[in-house]
Design a protein. Structure first.
Lengths: 325, 341, 344
C-alpha cells in the first residue's frame, strides 16, 4: 500500500493537467476492471459491474499548483495559483513543471507575509530567452512530490491530497473480487478548483449512492482550528463540510457497517473546505452521499501528514461498503 | 382558520433542520395521506406529493415550499457536558445567548445556549458573541452525554407555537412552514374536478443550505409550471418598506428578473379578475428562493414566486399572521384551477 | 419543594409587582403555621413571619420575591412597544425572546432579519432603547386597547428540568430562596425543626431595582443575625477560565466572604462552614469578589447586624433561562436548617 501510494504521489498533475496520474492509475487497475473509460473533462471511470445499487466512489486525481503567467526580462517566472494555494506554506519550496523543469518558488521579501503576487519561480535561467526555452506561459508547476516515513505509522510529504484517496480506491478495486453492487470508481479532475470534474461525471452516472474519498483536517496540532478529528484516530465518516450535509440515513448505515466490522472511525464535521460529495449529491435527481476521509495535518503544504493506520481502516471500510450498502 | 392552525402546529412541532428533513416523514405522511394520491421521498430529503386531476395529458404544476429550517450541528463534546456547534444555514447568532434548543441524539435532550454574565465576560466584549464562543449546556457529564450524543447530531430551536393578538402566531421554523401549511390547506380545500393540472407539491429539503432540494425534485418531475412559495420580510421597525411586504395584506406575488414574466403577469391578472386579495413586491435581480434552482434544473421551468410576510426571520420568534397563510392557500387554489397561465 | 419552586418561578412578579408571588407564599404558610407564629406585612410589600423564642438572639432569614422584567415606556404608531428593563438585564439575551404581560398577553422582542443587517449592526451589542416588543398589534390604537404605558412584562419561560439534576426557568432568582424558606417554615410547623433563635423569615420586594425591601425589613426587625438566601451569577460554562467561573453548579451551597456590596461577617460565615462540615453538607466558597445583593442593606441597616450569605450557583441569571442545580438547593436548605437548629 505504501509503495502504491508512493507511485501515485510521484505522478504529478495539477487541476486540468491530470494526464500522468491518470495513466499511472490505469496501469494499476487495468487487470482488475470490467471497463475503463475517460470522459470529456478527463475523469477516469473504472467499473466493476454488478446487479445491485449504482454506487459511485470518487477520489480526485488533481492537486494544487501554479500557472506560469509571465516571464520577466531576467527569466524569473510570475505565477497564478491553481486551487487553494497558501503562500505561507509554499514559499521557499522546490517546484517542477509539467515538462519536468525544476525550480524554486520564493517570495520577493522574506520579511513580510508572502503573497502569491509577490512570489516568483526561479529556474536558474540567466535571462528571458533562456527561460522560454524550458517554460512557456501557461505551463503548470507543482511543488515537488515526496514522501517520507516518520515515527510509528505516520508519513509526511505531498500530495497526499488526494493521492491517498486514489490509492484507497485502487486498493479496493484490487481487493473486490466480485461486485454485488454496480460499482463506479471515479478518479475525478479539477476538484481543487471547486469540485468541477465530478459534476459532469455524476450527472452521466447518476448514482444511487455517492461516496467521496478525500483528506480532511485535524484539530490535534498546536493552534489548529477546533475540530474533534485526530490524526491516527481512524478514518472518518463525513457528516458535514462547508459544501455538503451528508445524507443522514447513509451516514447511519455506514456507521452501522463500520461498527459491525470493528472499523476504527471518527465522526467528521469539517468547518472549512469541501469535497466531491457536494457535486454528487446534486446531480440529476440527487443522490445519497457521504465521504470517507483520511485525517491529514498541514493540508496543501509540502509537509502534509497522514497516518497509514487510518488509510488501512479506510480501505477496509470502502471494500465493505461496496458490497454491503 | 382552525385547519390552518392545526396543520401549522403539526409542521412546526417537527424538527427539520436542513439535511434532517427525513425525520419528519411520519408527520408529513399523517398530515397529507388523505389529501394526496401519492407521497414520495427522495435522496435530498424532499417530499413529493402528487394530486392528479384525472384528465389525460394534463400539464404538470409544481408547487414548492421548503420544510427545512436553519439550525446547528454538534462539532465536539466538551468537558462538563457542553457541546460546541456549527451553524446550518444562515443562523442569526444574535438571538442565541440563553436560548432553548433540542439536541437530536440517540434521544432528544434539552439544551441551553450559554451566556456569560457581563462582569465575567472577556474584556472589550461590546460585541455579540460569535458562535464559536458559545456552547450548548446539556446538564450532563461528558461521559453520560457521549452515550446519547454523537458529533454530527443536529440541534434545533425548541419553542412551541404561541398565539398572539390579532391572528399572529410565533415560533421558530415558520420560514417556510407557513407556506408549506398554505399549500397543504389549498390542496385540502380544492375540488379535484376544478383542477386543471396534475399537481406535484414538493415539500423540499435543504433550501437554507443552497436551495438544492427543490431543484433536484423538480429535475425528476419536469413540470410545465412551477410556483415557488417562501416567506418574505414583513415591514416593521428598521426594515425598509421597499424591501418588505405587509402583514395582513395577503400573500404577495414577487416580480423578478428570475421569474417568468408572462406567468407572473398572468397570475396577477387572474387575481385581479377574481378579486383575490394580494400584494406585489419587486425583486429586480435575485429572489433568493428555490425558484433560482428550479428555473434552471433539468429542461428548465417557467416559475413564479408567491411569498408570505414574516417578522423576525431566522429567529426563534418568527411571527406570521394566519390570514396571510389563508390568502396563500386561496391564491394557490386560483392558480391550480386556471388554464393557460 | 420542587412543586413549590415551580409554582413560585412561574408566578408573575417583577420588582414592585410581587402580589402574585406574595399570595402563593402566604397561602402556603397559612396551611400550617408554626406554633405561636405571627404573619404580617410591611407597607412596602414585604411579607414576614415571626416565630418567637424569647430571650434568644434575633435571626432574620431573607429572600426576595421579585424578579427582573420590563415595563412599557411608550407605544409607537405601528403598534410596537418601547420598553425599559426593571432591574439589570444584559441586552444580549433579549433579541427574539418571548415576553408576557401582567394580563397574560404574549409578545416577543423583535429582531430585524439578519439578512438586512449591516455588519456593524450584526456584531454590535444591542441597546435596550432600540429594542421593541411586538404584541401582534398593527396600530397604536390596537395596541392601546391591549396594554398601557407602565404595564409590566416578564420573560415567558417554561419550568424545565434537564440533564442531571438541573432546572431552568425565569425568576429562579430568587424564588429558590423563597421556596427554601417556605420549606423550612413547613418543617418548623411540623415540629421537625426547633429554632435556637427568635426567628424572622422576611420575603422582601424590589431587590432587583433598589434593594429597598430589605432596608425596610431590617429597620422593622432589627436582627442580630441575618442569613440571605440568593442566587449567585456564575459562569461555570465552557470557555471561561476557572477563576472567572466564580463557582460551580452542583457543588453545594455557596458561602461568601465578600462581594461587591458586602464584606460578610467572617465569624458567622466560618461558623456556617463549620456547621456544614459537621453535618456533611456540601458547600463551596465564592471565588471572586463579584455581584451583590440585599446583604449590604441588612448589614448596615438599623443598628447593624452579622450577616451571612447562602447562595445557589446560577447560570444565565437575569435571562429567560436561569439555571440552578437541585443538589445545591438541598445543600442550602440543609445548611440553613443547621444554622436555625443551632450548633450548640
Amino acid at each position: 500500500m505504501v509503495e502504491l501510494l508512493k507511485r501515485l504521489m510521484l505522478a504529478s498533475g495539477a487541476s486540468g493537467r491530470e494526464d500522468k496520474i491518470r495513466q499511472a492509475i490505469i496501469k494499476e487497475v487495468e487487470p482488475y476492471a470490467d471497463e475503463i473509460t475517460t470522459d470529456n473533462v478527463g475523469n477516469l471511470i473504472v467499473r466493476k459491474k454488478g446487479e445491485g445499487k449504482k454506487i459511485m466512489f470518487c477520489a480526485h486525481m488533481d492537486e494544487i499548483g501554479f500557472f506560469a503567467s509571465y516571464i520577466d526580462e531576467s527569466g524569473y517566472i510570475k505565477v497564478s495559483g491553481i486551487g487553494g494555494i497558501n503562500p505561507v506554506s509554499c514559499a521557499f519550496s522546490e517546484v517542477v513543471s509539467e515538462n519536468g523543469v525544476y525550480g524554486v518558488i520564493v517570495p520577493e521579501s522574506s520579511k513580510e507575509m508572502p503573497k502569491l503576487d509577490n512570489m516568483y519561480i526561479d529556474i536558474g535561467a540567466k535571462n528571458k530567452k533562456q527561460a522560454e526555452k524550458s517554460v512557456k506561459i501557461g505551463d503548470y508547476f507543482v511543488c515537488v512530490p515526496k514522501m517520507r516515513k516518520l515515527l510509528g505509522t505516520k508519513y509526511v510529504g505531498r500530495p497526499f491530497d488526494d493521492r491517498v484517496g486514489c490509492a484507497i480506491l485502487v486498493e479496493a478495486i484490487k481487493q473486490i473480487k466480485e461486485a454485488k453492487n454496480d460499482l463506479y470508481f471515479v478518479f475525478s479532475t479539477q476538484e481543487e478548483v471547486g469540485g468541477r470534474g465530478s459534476k459532469p461525471v455524476s450527472y452521466s452516472i447518476m448514482p444511487d449512492i455517492g461516496i467521496a474519498l478525500d483528506v480532511t483536517g485535524t484539530g490535534d496540532k498546536p493552534g489548529a482550528s477546533p475540530m474533534a478529528v485526530k490524526l491516527g484516530g481512524g478514518c472518518t465518516i463525513k457528516i458535514k463540510d462547508a459544501g455538503v450535509i451528508c445524507s443522514p440515513t447513509l451516514v447511519n448505515k455506514m456507521r452501522e457497517i463500520a461498527d459491525e466490522n470493528k472499523i476504527k472511525y471518527q465522526n467528521e464535521v469539517l468547518l472549512y473546505g469541501g469535497t466531491d460529495a457536494s457535486s454528487i449529491q446534486v446531480a440529476g435527481t440527487g443522490a445519497y452521499v457521504s465521504a470517507i476521509s483520511i485525517p491529514s495535518a498541514f493540508i496543501h503544504s509540502g509537509v502534509e501528514m497522514i497516518d497509514m493506520a487510518d488509510v488501512k481502516e479506510a480501505v477496509k471500510l470502502t471494500v465493505l461498503l461496496a458490497n454491503k450498502l | 382558520m382552525e385547519n390552518i392552525k392545526k396543520t401549522l402546529v403539526a409542521l412546526c412541532s417537527q424538527m427539520s433542520v436542513s439535511g434532517y428533513e427525513y425525520l419528519a416523514e411520519k408527520a408529513i405522511r399523517e398530515l397529507c395521506a388523505d389529501i394526496f394520491d401519492e407521497i414520495k421521498t427522495d435522496p435530498m430529503g424532499s417530499y413529493v406529493l402528487i394530486k392528479r386531476c384525472k384528465k389525460e395529458n394534463a400539464p404538470k404544476l409544481l408547487i414548492d415550499g421548503h420544510l427545512d429550517t436553519v439550525g446547528m450541528m454538534v462539532t465536539d463534546i466538551k468537558k462538563d457536558g457542553f457541546l460546541s456547534v456549527v451553524n446550518i444555514g444562515g443562523l442569526d447568532t444574535r438571538v442565541l445567548p440563553a436560548t432553548e434548543v433540542t439536541v437530536y441524539g440517540k434521544e432528544e435532550i434539552y439544551g441551553l445556549v450559554t451566556s456569560t454574565p457581563p462582569h465575567l465576560r472577556k474584556q472589550g466584549a461590546d460585541s455579540v458573541p460569535a458562535l464559536k464562543e458559545l456552547y450548548i449546556d446539556t446538564g450532563y457529564s461528558k461521559e453520560e452525554l457521549e452515550k446519547i450524543v454523537k458529533i454530527g447530531d443536529p440541534v434545533g430551536y425548541r419553542y412551541k407555537l404561541t398565539e398572539m393578538n390579532g391572528g399572529y402566531v410565533t415560533t421558530s421554523g415558520l420560514d417556510d412552514k407557513a407556506c408549506v401549511c398554505g399549500i397543504i390547506e389549498a390542496m385540502r380545500e380544492i375540488d379535484v374536478n376544478d383542477l386543471k393540472y396534475d399537481i406535484y407539491v414538493t415539500i423540499s429539503a435543504q433550501e437554507e443550505t443552497g436551495k438544492n432540494g427543490s431543484a433536484r425534485a423538480s429535475f425528476g418531475i419536469d413540470p410545465d409550471i412551477a410556483i415557488i412559495t417562501d416567506v418574505n420580510f414583513a415591514s416593521g421597525d428598521g426594515t425598509p418598506d421597499y424591501e418588505c411586504i405587509k402583514c395582513k395584506d395577503g400573500c404577495s406575488v414577487d416580480i423578478s428578473s428570475l421569474t417568468d414574466k408572462d406567468l407572473t403577469r398572468n397570475i396577477i391578472k387572474l387575481l385581479n379578475k377574481k378579486g383575490i386579495k394580494h400584494q406585489i413586491i419587486c425583486e429586480p435581480s435575485r429572489t433568493y428562493t428555490n425558484n433560482e434552482g428550479v428555473l434552471v434544473s433539468g429542461q428548465g421551468t417557467r416559475t413564479a414566486v408567491l411569498s408570505v410576510p414574516l417578522k423576525n426571520m431566522h429567529t426563534p420568534c418568527e411571527t406570521v399572521n394566519l390570514e396571510d397563510i389563508k390568502s396563500l392557500a386561496q391564491v394557490i387554489c386560483a392558480i391550480a384551477c386556471e388554464e393557460n397561465l | 419543594m420542587k412543586e413549590l419552586l415551580k409554582e413560585l418561578s412561574l408566578a408573575f412578579g417583577p420588582s414592585g409587582c410581587e402580589d402574585e408571588v406574595r399570595d402563593i407564599i402566604e397561602k402556603y404558610i397559612k396551611v400550617a403555621m408554626p406554633k405561636g407564629a405571627e404573619l404580617f406585612s410591611h407597607k412596602s410589600g414585604g411579607l414576614f413571619l415571626h416565630i418567637p423564642n424569647e430571650n434568644k438572639p434575633k435571626m432574620m432569614i431573607c429572600a426576595h420575591m421579585d424578579e427582573v422584567g420590563f415595563m412599557v415606556t411608550g407605544i409607537k404608531d405601528n403598534g410596537l412597544l418601547h420598553f425599559g428593563c426593571v432591574g439589570g438585564i444584559d441586552p444580549i439575551v433579549l433579541t427574539s425572546k418571548r415576553v408576557i404581560s401582567e394580563k397574560g398577553l404574549c409578545g416577543s422582542i423583535i429582531a430585524k432579519p439578519v439578512h438586512l443587517l449591516s455588519p456593524e449592526e450584526r456584531d454590535k451589542r444591542p441597546k435596550i432603547e432600540n429594542m421593541l416588543i411586538d404584541i401582534g398589534a398593527d396600530s397604536k390604537e390596537e395596541a392601546s386597547n391591549l396594554t398601557f404605558v407602565g404595564e409590566y412584562f416578564t420573560f415567558d419561560s417554561d419550568y424545565i428540568e434537564y440533564g442531571d439534576g438541573f432546572v431552568k426557568c425565569k425568576a429562579l432568582d430568587d424564588r429558590l430562596g423563597c421556596a427554601i424558606m417556605c420549606k423550612a417554615i413547613r418543617e418548623i410547623a411540623k415540629g421537625n425543626i426547633t429554632s435556637e433563635y427568635d426567628l424572622y423569615f422576611a420575603f422582601t420586594c424590589r431587590e432587583e431595582v433598589s434593594f429597598s425591601g430589605a432596608i425596610g425589613a431590617t429597620e422593622l426587625i432589627k436582627p442580630d443575625y441575618a442569613i440571605v438566601i440568593e442566587s449567585k451569577a456564575v459562569a461555570d460554562v465552557c470557555g471561561v477560565s476557572e477563576r472567572k467561573k466564580v463557582c460551580d453548579l452542583g457543588k453545594g451551597a455557596i458561602v461568601s466572604f465578600a462581594d461587591l456590596g458586602t464584606i460578610y461577617d467572617k465569624d458567622f460565615t466560618r461558623y456556617i462552614m463549620d456547621l456544614c462540615d459537621k453535618n456533611e453538607i456540601e458547600y463551596q466558597v465564592h471565588r471572586m469578589v463579584s455581584g451583590g445583593n440585599d446583604s449590604r442593606h441588612i448589614q448596615l441597616g438599623a443598628c447593624g447586624c452579622r450577616v451571612g450569605l447562602l447562595s445557589a450557583a446560577s447560570r444565565y441569571i437575569h435571562s429567560p433561562s436561569d439555571v440552578v442545580h437541585y443538589d445545591d438547593l438541598d445543600a442550602i436548605y440543609k445548611a440553613l436548617t443547621a444554622v436555625i437548629k443551632g450548633g450548640n
